[in-house]
Design a protein. Structure first.
Length: 424
């Protein structure tokens, strides 16, 4: 049994959905759990719907209509016959969105976000599952919210592993007795009150890892539009090369520091059960891609670069004459946790605590206000955080030449540098 994950780029249009079916054709002898993300840029489009709804923007109806027309166009291009059930399935999804918009105002941004944006995955899997059936790839459609249970932390749902593992092992084997493929959604889960939660942006990888762990999968495969895991994002570094294999440790470190090819929570469940993960190209499915597993080292062993833009660097100090001691740090961490702001880098001195984080508009304002009630707070914006795993001094010198360095840290394997962005 294997778990496949297809992201938004792999199901962005009708041709891409056909390609998914062609890939699955090569695995007819396997039982597959197929985890699918929202199609193309649907998540972004539904985020705009949420923003318009909460700000009483008059563009709300047209924004929602654009999402509806996008999915209906894909249905037409896939040549579903008139009266096919998938048309009603898609319409019912939009009825659910209308119900949230009409009946649940005042619930707050995070709750509203999850109920509306999470529908992108439901829409995608309805179409993919129906097309697979249409092209003689028998499958069962599963609403992942029936098995993946989380707490009530909207937009960052924490998995209830005991309930989730029990429900997955109750339902998936029964579905496999009916069909060899189970199609389900990434990114979303459900609370005990049956409200939708999301697992964090790009969380479909994590969903696939949860299924892999619970079902003791033979392998997990993430299908991407790249040949595998590269040593750097080619947008920022011209000399990026493909890594043939990555150790669990390096994969955990790279994703923790912000490598976007894999969701940061993905690797640990796989490592716990020694389940290998392959990052493969849906454009060249016969190629081997990159294998992540229980390796002693990554090959080739070259510097790996992670570039995080739009960073903010806080300098936090006590308002009185005290040092930044344990009690101050405890309070600072609790404020960051309250606002769900992840710390990308931190450094302590006697009188100040420096913290680098993503400059997310919806979180940073409230965080800064809360910190300012108890501490002196200064900050710098328009920064870039560069993380280098397996660095050489020469690589750091090359990347920072002519740049203003605000903070730098080095350990034996990893270097992190915060520099000013080039702002026009």
């Amino acid at each position: 049994m294997k778990v496949f994950k297809f992201g938004g780029a792999s199901v962005k249009d009708a041709a891409s959905v056909r390609n998914v079916a062609q890939i699955l054709e090569q695995y007819r002898k396997d039982q597959l759990v197929v985890v699918v993300s929202a199609m193309g840029k649907t998540t972004n489009a539904l985020e705009r719907v949420v923003q318009a709804f909460l700000s009483d923007d008059t563009s709300l109806p047209s924004l929602l209509e654009q999402v509806k027309e996008f999915h209906q166009r894909i249905i037409e291009e896939l040549n579903f016959p008139a009266g096919h059930a998938v048309r009603d399935d898609i319409n019912n999804c939009f009825v659910e969105i209308d119900w949230v918009l009409e009946e649940h105002s005042g619930k707050g941004y995070n709750w509203t976000y999850d109920q509306i944006v999470g529908m992108g995955e439901i829409l995608a899997t309805r179409i993919v599952s129906a097309y697979l059936t249409l092209t003689d790839h028998p499958n069962c459609w599963l609403d992942v919210r029936d098995v993946l249970q989380t707490d009530n932390t909207y937009r960052e749902g924490k998995v209830n592993w005991l309930d989730t593992e029990r429900l997955i092992n109750e339902q998936i084997p029964a579905l496999f007795k009916m069909q060899p493929i189970v199609v389900t959604q990434g990114f979303i889960g459900s609370t005990s009150e049956n409200f939708t939660t999301t697992l964090g942006r790009e969380g479909s990888d994590y969903t696939a890892a949860i299924f892999s762990y619970c079902l003791n999968a033979q392998e997990m495969v993430v299908w991407k539009d790249v040949p595998g895991v590269l040593s750097a994002d080619p947008k920022y570094y011209d000399d990026a090369i493909k890594l043939e294999q990555i150790s669990y440790l390096d994969a955990i470190e790279l994703t923790y520091y912000g490598a976007t090819v894999i969701h940061p929570k993905t690797i640990k469940p796989l490592e716990n059960k020694q389940i290998p993960m392959r990052v493969a190209s849906f454009l060249a499915p016969a190629d081997k891609g990159t294998l992540i597993g229980n390796f002693i080292t990554t090959r080739p062993l070259v510097p790996c670069f992670i570039f995080k833009t739009n960073q903010i660097l806080f300098s936090i100090a006590a308002k009185d004459f005290s040092f930044i001691a344990e009690e101050n740090l405890s309070r600072i961490f609790s404020i960051f946790a309250k606002h769900h702001v992840k710390i990308n880098l931190m450094q302590n001195s006697a009188i100040s605590f420096s913290v680098c984080a993503d400059n997310e508009i919806m979180k940073i304002g409230g965080l800064t206000e809360d910190l300012g009630r108890e501490f002196k707070v200064r900050y710098n914006e328009h920064l870039r955080l560069i993380t280098i795993r397996h660095y050489f001094p020469a690589t750091i010198k090359q990347l920072t030449k002519g740049k203003t360095i605000l903070l730098e840290q080095r350990s034996r394997q990893t270097a992190q540098i915060i520099i000013r962005e080039d702002v026009a």
